[in-house]
Design a protein around this ligand. Structure first.
Ligand SMILES: [Zn+2]
Ligand SMILES: [Zn+2]
Length: 292
């Protein structure tokens, strides 16, 4: 099987939470990358973890960096001004992602580097930076074929599916299963929500690895309904129904301690064993690399 390496640099949702209770799974916000045996490389999201990624790079040479943003909430873009390659000439950074109803992708990324927020403007960065706004589409970068899908979140948010030879990898940005927002038992609305959930299931179906928002445990969900995030149950059900082999809980709640995450992962691993499902479950860990 073709080889992909997956590394997390930030696994947390919402806000960075460094401290003694997050040492194991990490306190930085969303950032991960995949690298192929052939040198193909994609970075997903630019939360505070992307600063850690620059520490791992050989900055003495130029890089072509394909940076995919799932959506522009702070925990997915706020590390960008601290991503060292943007200051170094010879780097070519292409930023992909959705715009919003308010702003283009370029306005969103440049907007956080304006006078009131940051001392350096994007015009002063020495790397070559360009933007490619995405909708639902399919395209190629090197040996990677990339497919995108819309997710259910309070702002436009994309999920990414990467094909590399016989391996399929999926990163879903922030995502909540669709539901009847009117709570009125209207079967027509229920059907639409079901159709939308099936659409996502079909997107994920047949992939090998799934990294997905698993912010809440089921008991926390009711008070956070509509905030745009999934539960660990949602993620496991999606993975089982889609025939996924490796599932990574990602976008950990800022309140979640290492001990709690260990407990949650252990709980689901036992359940999989009891039920005879062939699904490996991991809690995404900052600065850890996995073969996928
Ligand atoms: Zn988020
Ligand atoms: Zn979000």
């Amino acid at each position: 099987m073709a080889g992909l390496k997956l590394t997390f640099y930030g696994t947390r949702g919402s806000i960075p939470v460094p401290g003694p209770s997050t040492m194991k799974y990490g306190g930085n916000t969303a950032c991960l990358d995949i690298k192929s045996d052939d040198g193909d490389w994609i970075v997903f999201d630019a939360g505070t973890g992307i600063r850690a990624l620059s520490e791992e790079m050989d900055l003495s040479k130029g890089h072509d960096i394909h940076l995919f943003i799932s959506h522009p909430h702070w925990d997915h873009i706020s590390g960008f001004p601290f991503f060292t390659p943007v200051f170094i000439p010879g780097n070519n950074i292409i930023i992909y992602g959705p715009g919003t109803f308010e702003k283009t992708l370029e306005e969103i990324i440049r907007g956080q580097m304006t006078y009131s927020y940051f001392p350096v403007r994007t015009e002063e960065l020495n790397a070559k930076i360009s933007f490619r706004e995405l909708k639902e589409e399919t395209f190629e970068i090197g040996n990677f074929k990339i497919e995108t899908t819309m997710l259910n979140h309070p702002v436009t948010c994309l999920g990414y599916k990467i094909y590399y030879k016989d391996t399929v990898f999926i990163y879903l940005g922030d995502n909540e299963p669709f539901y009847n927002v009117y709570n009125d038992n209207d079967s027509e609305v229920d059907n639409i929500a079901n159709d939308m959930n099936n659409r996502l299931l079909n997107f994920v179906k047949g992939a090998d690895t799934l990294v997905t928002d698993s912010q809440y445990i089921p008991s926390e969900y009711e008070s956070h309904k509509g905030w745009g995030h999934s539960t660990t149950h949602d993620s496991v059900n999606l993975a089982i129904n889609a025939g996924i082999k490796k599932l990574f809980f990602f976008h950990h709640d800022p309140q979640r301690t290492d001990k709690q995450l260990d407990f949650i992962v252990d709980h689901y691993r036992k359940r999989m064993k009891e039920k005879g499902y062939n699904l490996e479950i991991f809690g995404a860990m900052e600065r850890h690399t996995y073969d996928v």
